[in-house]
Design a protein around this ligand. Sequence first.
Ligand code: SR1
Ligand code: MG
Length: 407
Amino acid sequence: MSRYDNYFLMKTQEVADYVQEKLSFFPEDHELVCSEIGDGNLNYVFRVKDTQTGKTIIVKQAGESLRISEEMKLSTDRGRIEAEILGLQGKLAPGLVPEVYLYDSVMCCMLMQDMTGHYMMRSALLDHKTFPKFADHISTFLVNSLLKTTDVVMDHKDKKENVKKFINPDLCEISENLVFSEPFIDYNNRNNVFAPIADFVEKELYNDKALHLEAAKCKFSFMNNAQSLVHGDLHTGSIFINEEHTYVFDPEFAFYGPMGYDIGNVIGNMFFAWCNGDAVIEDEAKKAEFCSWVIETNKNIIDMFIEKFKACFNESVTDTMAKSEGFLDWYLGTVLADTAAIAGLEMIRRTVGMANVKDLTTIADEAKRARAEKIVITFAKNAVMNRESFVNGDAFVNAFMDAVNKF
Ligand code: SR1
Ligand code: MG
């Protein structure tokens, strides 16, 4: 009989004892301290530290309701999904995800590696730090975790087992509402629209029926195209990074969906970093350096993804029909179109929806923030409406700069 035989939400001061009971990670007689470090919308994240050695571990516990909203209840099964996908991604993309030491399905707790020496990427980008190896690292992660979990590569029955294992209805429902629906029709009355651009949003998002139709098509692709095991929430807050290394974490939204969902999330969130840098950095040379790095990085992410995707496809394809001449180019074209559409939809929802990004909300100057948000919405609409023309890195960054030049 243990006090952890039934689920309860732990308080910070209870977490160190929990770790000692569950793992032999720290010596029994060492003094441990614990702090709550999570700033996400859903879970409680604690760091436990050995005061003698400085060694640390992370404990992530899923609550039954969300941190961002008490009324929103969610299955705690998301913790299992997260622990399982991290194990799988660790095999497919070694070194690019943190190690999971234990998943406790009763307490819905994951004990995992502390990614010390790394910054949370969104915060680092808000400090306008640059990471020269990011495009290389993230394109490797995307190709390996996405292409290698498709029917192109996997045995089809094994892949279907994966689809079952990673069915994630509650978290998918959040995205179906927040990404694909509410930014266009605010039926839950919880959009956060920045008042100075309310008229712009009304005209460009709420009243644009052609846009609604394309968003609807993307929503049904999200719900029905079980293409790859996607991370499901790959924004810059789900990445820990330094100059040399990148970790992707927090895949609790994982499910089998279109792989462009992950790639588009990365691209869209990088463009947010550009918007922040452009609006906030005062020194013109520094601004140019940071903003050009973001643009170059997004171009490289797409181009490296294409190159690595083709190489991986040719090396790993197993499906007989997928080896048909022309299939690879057709398939990749659909992935890039999905990527463009998702970059656009993610950018729209993080601007006017319920869950906003600090990259925009911390721009203190109202006029600069309004300009940034109009740039975002203008690029995003183009990316959704004309997604098939986004065929390489240049297409993405040129379209973004076209939007910038309009305001
Ligand atoms: C109600 S949860 C809001 C958002 O936070 C997560 O990070 C996901 O992006 C979700 O859409
Ligand atoms: Mg998250």
